[in-house]
Ligand binder design. Structure first.
Ligand code: URA
Length: 235
């Protein structure tokens, strides 16, 4: 791959700017000054150093975000800020997209990647990838609700959900629960509670498949997945 393309992909500047920094002798490939930015380099085997800093080339990136409220799960939006807008510019060139959607007012685990194959596998309705949510509910959530969710509830459009696991953390005028679902219909958690006459007032996703939200991440923060986490996601 051309050196200028590799560096441009990684956000080091336009090809013109990269041409300049190469001319200035700031770039080395395997220890040798690379004056010609059009030279071909294999980023997987050759070491590229810019101004003494090693360039870690990755074509595919995996980010775990604790999605904040008020931001939409899309790559572009005419009105609202998107989860891609809040990434550091170093990620812009990778064309990452969110794997699935969380509502604008939902927080929590959102995977962003440019790995279309993995995204497809995680989102395929046939795969039944489990997703666990924490929620605060207006009203007293009961074991009866848990039994209904276990059987499947009928949503407002007539669809009957797959069995889901409801774990009641606390019961009261406001209840706290964890719910694991194996599909991803539009507004699913909110509509499941609506089906038993209750209202979700706070929703946060905690897991997707084998991947859990890093509790150190504040809303709006994100980090790259570790190799182990990528393997976990692949199942
Ligand atoms: N269910 C919902 O209702 N909203 C979400 O954002 C995710 C699941």
């Amino acid at each position: 791959m051309r050196l200028d393309k590799i560096l441009a992909n990684m956000g080091y500047g336009s090809r013109k700017e990269i041409k300049k920094i190469c001319k200035n002798g700031m770039v080395r490939v395997d220890g040798v000054v690379a004056k010609d930015s059009s030279m071909h380099v294999d980023p997987s085997t050759q070491e590229i150093v810019i101004a003494g800093e090693v360039v870690h080339y990755r074509e595919i990136v995996y980010l775990m975000m604790n999605k904040p409220q008020g931001v939409v799960s899309a790559t572009e939006d005419l009105v609202d800020e998107t989860v891609v807008d809040i990434l550091d510019p170093e990620y812009y060139s990778f064309d990452v997209f969110p794997v699935g959607r969380l509502d604008k007012d939902t927080e929590g685990l959102l995977l962003l990647t440019n790995d279309g194959k993995l995204a497809h596998e995680l989102l395929s309705p046939k795969k039944h990838v489990p997703k666990m949510y924490f929620a605060r509910i207006e009203g007293r959530v009961t074991e009866e609700d848990a039994a209904k969710f276990k059987k499947g509830v009928t949503l407002d459009d007539g669809y009957t959900t797959l069995p889901a696991e409801l774990n009641i953390i606390s019961q009261g005028t406001i209840s706290e629960i964890e719910l694991t679902i194996y599909e991803g219909k539009f507004h699913q958690v909110k509509r499941m509670f609506q089906a038993v006459g209750k209202k979700v007032i706070f929703l946060k996703r905690l897991t997707m498949g084998n991947l859990s939200l890093d509790e150190e991440l504040e809303p709006g923060e994100y980090r790259e997945l570790t190799e182990e986490e990528i393997d976990l996601l692949r199942g």
